[in-house]
Design a protein around this ligand. Structure first.
Ligand SMILES: Cc1cc2nc3c(=O)[nH]c(=O)nc-3n(C[C@H](O)[C@H](O)[C@H](O)COP(=O)(O)OP(=O)(O)OC[C@H]3O[C@@H](n4cnc5c(N)ncnc54)[C@H](O)[C@@H]3O)c2cc1C
Ligand code: SF4
Length: 495
């Protein structure tokens, strides 16, 4: 005999929020929660050990918290003897124990997962109630309305709309400080002396649950990329709040100025390291943005740093989600620049003579983290210039970062970094020569290549490929007015 239920509420690994819409009307007498660790989520891309560990540990902590609050939870562990390895299989296993009138869930982040759960519900002839994800400031419908009738989508306009609607960093209907954007002040490098006295990052020694997960991951996914030796990510809400508070107090004032800067061996710099906690929904973007705005209002952080930080969350994070959900599923296959080269093997090892790539990839495999400019202007740029398949690169980014979930990773990789969507996400390809990396870091000082050279044995591969890329795509890029200066420089070289 199976037990009757009103709702079986499905909670996925990136929905660890007690205030989620799926739990709004939860009644512990009539409803139950379902959560499952499944191998499929670590193998559909070759998920790195750090990434799998953060998901499984945060899920186990969240399930324990729910149980302690009196919620009935059906929880499948990866090491359960009869775990089927798929979300569909684990729901079927639970449905042999309970008979709900409906399945309820908050809208998942990934298109693939939504399709799979819809088909599970159909197969079991159960209604599936998919509720809006209220974690975000905007809905996908808001974004679709914004996009309607526009020839081009640009972050700046969507961001301004959200600033106006929410009143964030606004005074009497006007942007605080009289301008929307402080990008020009946010492009500093460290200068010769390098970063001085950067506060140490907020990291956590693995507790018993995390240690168990680490042991499991090291056995089950022994051949997967990276190492968990240094694992220190927040896996509970109190830990995530601590990361946020220490960022606001210690790093935010310098965040803007050094947002784009890199330095050999310096992993954490002045970034917030909250993307993983945000994407697992341990943190709400409203509290993150409110904490940053409060720091400006009470005089503890300058406006350019605060606006630069809020733009990433209220702007880019909402914008990429809108792009993802309005462009999928075709988006996944886009390849506007016809790039088909395989991903170089060294992306999985860091074993390359190019110092900038070696540093970015090594820290990625060690910690599951690299900051935005390392992703965009080092690993992303090299792949773009050398014509790597955007689909292969997408699988790499989705595998190696602790914050990687498809709705945010895919538009960043395929759109912003590779221009493979032909300009939906970015107004032009983000291309530069090795001189950009030289300006923003000290990597070139210790590299066997010379960023100023584009030919010969010491030529920097970035610089050589930069000119080759412009030549290869000149006809297409010439239609883009924002490429005028770079193409003029190319012409000068040819005469
Ligand atoms: C090729 C590529 C792939 C990326 N993949 C991911 C991914 O899988 N998951 C992910 O969360 N971010 C991704 N990003 C965006 C960005 O690099 C990370 O959010 C950021 O580096 C995370 O570190 P942090 O928390 O210290 O961020 P900070 O630099 O402190 O920024 C603050 C927050 O702003 C948000 N943010 C910043 N930039 C972006 C952006 N471009 N898009 C969306 N949100 C943004 C993040 O939530 C981040 O935590 C990617 C960027 C590129 C270029
Ligand atoms: S010289 Fe070129 S390859 Fe070497 S660190 Fe600089 S940009 Fe990277």
């Amino acid at each position: 005999m199976t037990q009757p239920l009103r709702h079986l509420v499905l909670i996925l690994g990136d929905q660890l929020d007690e205030l989620a819409s799926a739990l709004q009307d939860f009644d512990p007498q009539r409803d139950a929660i379902w959560m499952a660790e499944v191998a499929e989520e670590s193998t559909h891309v070759w998920s790195a050990k750090q990434r799998t560990t953060v998901f499984l540990s945060a899920m186990r902590h969240f399930a324990d918290h729910l149980r302690a609050c009196g919620y009935p939870v059906f929880y499948s562990r990866l090491d359960d003897a009869d775990n089927t390895g798929t979300l569909a299989g684990e729901i079927a296993r639970t449905l042999r124990q309970v008979t709900p009138c409906a399945l309820v869930m908050t809208a998942p982040g990934d298109w693939r997962v939504l399709q799979s759960l819809r088909s599970v519900a159909r197969d079991h002839q159960l209604p599936l109630d998919v509720r809006d994800d209220t974690h975000f400031f905007s809905t996908v419908r808001d974004f679709a309305r914004h996009a309607e009738g526009r020839k081009q989508l640009r972050l700046e306009f969507f961001y301004r709309e959200l600033r106006q609607r929410t009143g964030i960093l606004m005074d009497e209907g006007k942007p605080v400080g009289g301008q929307w954007n402080f990008d020009a002040e946010n492009r500093g490098s460290f200068g010769r002396q390098g970063p001085v006295a950067v506060p140490p990052p907020t990291r956590f020694a693995p507790d018993t649950i995390t240690q168990e997960v680490i042991a499991l991951v090291n056995v089950r996914f022994a051949t997967h990329p990276g190492s968990v030796a240094s694992f220190g990510w927040p896996v509970t809400r109190p830990q995530a709040l601590q990361v946020l508070q220490e960022f606001i107090a210690q790093r935010l004032p310098q965040f803007g100025q050094y947002q784009d800067a890199m330095w050999e061996g310096e992993v954490w710099l002045y970034h917030s390291h909250v993307s993983c906690a945000l994407n697992l929904k341990l943190l709400n973007p409203r509290e993150v943005v409110a904490a940053a705005e409060a720091a400006y209002r009470d005089g503890s952080a300058p406006l350019e740093a605060v606006e630069g930080f809020i733009r990433q969350i209220l702007g880019w994070r909402e914008f990429v989600r809108g792009i993802y959900w309005t462009q999928m599923p075709d988006y996944l296959q886009r390849n506007a620049m016809a790039a088909h080269a395989p991903l170089p093997d060294f992306y999985w090892t860091g074993d390359t003579e190019m110092a900038c790539l070696r540093d970015a990839i090594t820290q990625t495999l060690q910690h599951g983290y690299a900051h935005h400019i390392q992703r965009l202007m080092v690993t992303g740029l090299y792949a773009l210039l050398t014509g790597v398949s955007p689909q292969q690169l997408h699988e790499w980014y989705l595998a190696v970062y602790v914050d990687a979930v498809e709705w945010v990773e895919l538009p960043n990789t395929l759109g912003m970094s590779q221009y493979a969507d032909g300009g939906v996400m970015a107004s032009k390809p983000y291309i530069a020569s090795g001189k950009y990396i030289d300006r923003m870091s000290n990597h070139c000082k210790g590299c066997r290549f010379d960023p100023a050279l584009d030919a010969g044995p010491d030529a920097c591969p970035f610089t050589a490929h930069y000119w080759a890329y412009l030549r290869r795509h000149e006809a297409v890029l010439a239609k883009n007015p924002r490429m005028g200066m770079q193409l003029k420089n190319l012409q000068r070289r040819l005469v």
